[in-house]
Design a protein around this ligand. Structure first.
Ligand code: NDP
Ligand code: 8X3
Length: 268
């Protein structure tokens, strides 16, 4: 495995304040990459950036980002463009874009669904990827071997009760990834979808709006994925030889044989 390909490369990660994004920051840092980290919670981002520097990042910078707002995405990419500018040549080259920001809000049936939850999920998981990619592409198009990694979900492959808007959003992410790969044919850019199953991050706490008892239920008695499992795979995808595109990866815990078949160990 040739991971030196990521040394001193610029990697932009959205949703880097927790979960997969924070783990990805640490994992790319260990490869000696230079990091651009975005999310809304800047205090958390600063902690992640500091940890990334300790883990070996060539550089680690962070800036506020709300992917549900076009103006925020554009301001973030303007900051990123200035940060990666080579003062000698004026070149601005982004090597890896990780579109990770997103999540689920609520687990209501369609009959009980809330506009606010649906809008939030489609804004972040779908429109957030479109906005961020549109804004960042000018920094990537002259970069054969550059990589766009979109974070999808098992929920984009298999539906479940209460998941209509989230499953639709993640199915949308897969189709965005596929369309983008067609549009970028000939540029040398790679486009991948990484689709995890059950993983223990802040995901469930966000979905259940801070209800810790409800949030811990999906993980009870089972061995979910950890954020590091997915971060390692992101690094592997981005460090393939430039002619190799990993189109889609579905990664589930061994205990999650299917969406409705999760093995749970008996208590005690
Ligand atoms: P976390 O809740 O731990 O992380 C979500 C990240 O997204 C946070 O950094 C959060 O930062 C950021 N984020 C949310 N909304 C916005 C926004 N509007 N603008 C910018 N950043 C935002 O969960 P995960 O790490 O699990 O989630 C990461 C991705 O993985 C999501 O797309 C999620 O849907 C997906 N996923 C998760 C799975 C799981 O079981 N955990 C499985 C499959 C996919 P902040 O709040 O600071 O803005
Ligand atoms: C989050 C995992 O499948 O429980 O994407 O919705 S799932």
């Amino acid at each position: 495995m040739n991971r030196t390909r990521l040394k001193n490369k610029w990697v932009l990660i959205t949703g880097a304040s927790s979960g997969f994004g924070a783990a990805a920051a640490r994992a790319f840092a260990a490869e000696g990459s230079k990091l651009l980290l975005g999310a809304r919670r800047v205090d958390k981002l600063e902690q992640v950036a500091a940890a990334a520097r300790r883990a070996g990042a060539a550089e680690a910078h962070c800036h506020p980002l709300d992917v549900s707002q076009t103006s925020s995405v554009e301001a973030f990419v303007a900051w990123a463009s200035q940060t990666i500018r080579d003062p000698q040549s004026d070149a601005r080259i982004l090597d890896v874009l990780v579109n990770n920001a997103g999540g689920a809000h609520g687990l209501d049936s369609v009959a009980e669904g809330k506009d606010e939850d649906w809008e939030n999920m489609l804004q972040t998981n779908v429109l957030g990827i479109l906005r961020m990619t549109r804004a960042a592409l000018p920094l990537m198009v002259r970069q054969p071997g550059g990589t766009i990694i979109n974070v999808g979900s098992y929920a984009g492959h298999s539906a479940y009760e209460g998941g209509a808007a989230y499953c639709a959003a993640k199915a949308g992410e897969r189709q965005i990834t596929r369309s983008l790969r067609l549009e970028l044919s000939g540029t040398g850019l790679r486009v991948s979808s990484i689709d995890p199953g059950l993983a223990e991050t802040e995901f469930s706490l966000v979905r259940f709006k801070g209800d810790t008892a409800r949030a811990s239920k999906p993980y009870e008695g089972t061995h979910p994925l950890q954020a590091e499992d997915i971060a390692e795979i992101m690094v592997w995808v981005a460090s393939r030889p430039p002619h190799v595109n990993i189109d889609e990866m579905l990664i589930k815990p061994v205990d999650q044989a299917a969406m409705h078949k999760v093995y749970r160990r008996p208590r005690g």
